[in-house]
Design a protein around this ligand. Structure first.
Ligand code: NAD
Ligand code: UDP
Length: 344
């Protein structure tokens, strides 16, 4: 049990990619869950699949995290003891063309949530932050105390919320806040029933590669092969979404006897290049992944990977699933659901 026996965990954005896998992990740990999601980037199908795997369903409320009255009512009615806050928008390119939408969803949404929590007397919060707050890191691996400096509006929304939460924790010792900086979440639940289902053209590498392998797209564009990395392509710390989900459960447990704000990197500590990912995916899927080299994408770092030792020390958590499992699980989800949840 993550909270005390009669309490519920509120999961905002719980119908989305990471939220649905974490909701599953919570249900499987015996925890009661309420999901709040406006379905702006997801489908309620994901939660039906979660219920199928877990053998029981979370309560689902379709609504917006910016609706403070609604959130306050949910916190009280369901005796919420802790909140996992995934709800937000995450497309870097779109954030540059629609900054108001991003600041409103991500910053104003988090502010409204915290106001509702304070009003309802709920103080335990885990926030989905991102390695993007580190910007272009001067050195790798990246530790939590290294400088931050996001290079795009999406990253700045995460950075601003981190500061907002730091100010709350400094002002009132009842807050128990975990900031989780995710590296690159990939993979899917081993059942192949839930996974990442991006709308439109995927921005991220793995969903794009998977759609090429399944025949939905012709070829991958590799954004730059002249970086100062072993093969010239970008290096990232890919982490299996179920490892990430388990990290959230560990963070909730760790916060039960910790006050203040605590920041933890969730990554594996291991970097892989774009071409290594392409090769690993070809192997896992048995399908070709044709690619062409394209110019660098603006704002991309050469290499970004975590020093995950603080999470290991303080949460007793470390990623257990390796690259092969990440690729095989992504492929199982993609090949069983070539059209995502839209396929039924
Ligand atoms: P996702 O888009 O699949 O999930 C986000 C969910 O939030 C969606 O179901 C969406 O409908 C919902 N949502 C958005 N705005 C909302 C609002 N105002 N009210 C209620 N619901 C709302 O994204 P994800 O990959 O699962 O990411 C979850 C969180 O983790 C996000 O905050 C994201 O910024 C963060 N994150 C993601 C990654 C990544 O690569 N996937 C990396 C670092 C951080
Ligand atoms: N990438 C790529 N082609 C794509 C998408 C991504 O070559 O279609 C590269 C990108 O330049 C980066 C890595 O893959 O080096 C991971 O990119 P992603 O967008 O998945 O994550 P992030 O940039 O947020 O780390």
């Amino acid at each position: 049990m993550i909270t005390s026996t009669d309490q519920t965990v509120l999961v905002t954005g719980g119908a989305g990619f990471i939220g649905s896998h974490t909701t599953l992990a919570l249900l499987q740990a015996g925890q009661a869950v309420v999901v709040l999601d406006n379905l702006s980037n997801s489908s309620a199908q994901s939660l039906e699949r979660v219920a199928r795997i877990a053998g029981r369903a979370p309560v689902f409320v379709q609504g917006d995290v910016r609706d403070r009255a609604l959130v306050q009512r949910l916190l009280r009615e369901h005796r919420v003891g802790a909140v996992l806050h995934f709800a937000g928008l995450k497309a870097v390119g779109e954030s540059a063309s629609m900054p108001l939408t991003y600041y409103d969803n991500n910053v104003a949404g988090s502010l409204a949530l915290c106001q509702a929590m304070a009003a309802a007397g709920v103080w335990r919060l885990v926030f989905s932050s991102s390695a993007t707050v580190y910007g272009d890191p001067a050195t790798v691996p990246i530790r939590e105390d290294m400088p931050t400096g996001p290079t795009n509006p999406y990253g700045r929304t995460k950075w601003m919320v981190e500061h907002l939460l730091g100010d709350l924790a400094a002002a009132d010792p009842r807050w128990q806040i975990g900031v989780l900086r995710y590296f690159n979440p990939v993979g899917a639940h081993e059942s192949g029933l839930i996974g990442e289902d991006p709308r439109g053209t995927p921005n991220n590498l793995l969903p794009y590669v998977a759609q090429v392998a399944v025949g939905r797209r012709a070829a991958l564009s590799v954004f730059g092969n002249d970086y100062p990395t072993p093969d010239g392509t970008g290096v990232r710390d890919y982490i299996h979404v179920m490892d990430l989900a388990e990290g959230h459960l560990k963070a909730l447990q760790a916060l039960a006897d910790r006050s203040g704000l605590h920041t933890w990197n969730l990554g594996t500590g291991q970097g892989y290049s774009v071409l290594e990912i392409v090769r690993a995916f070809q192997q896992a899927s048995g399908r070709p992944v044709p690619y062409q080299v394209a110019p660098r994408r603006a704002g991309d770092a050469a290499a970004s990977y975590a020093d995950p030792s603080k999470a290991a020390r303080e949460l007793g958590w470390q990623a257990r699933r390796g690259l092969t499992e990440m690729m095989e699980d992504t492929w199982r989800w993609q090949s069983l659901n070539p059209a995502g949840f839209g396929g039924g």
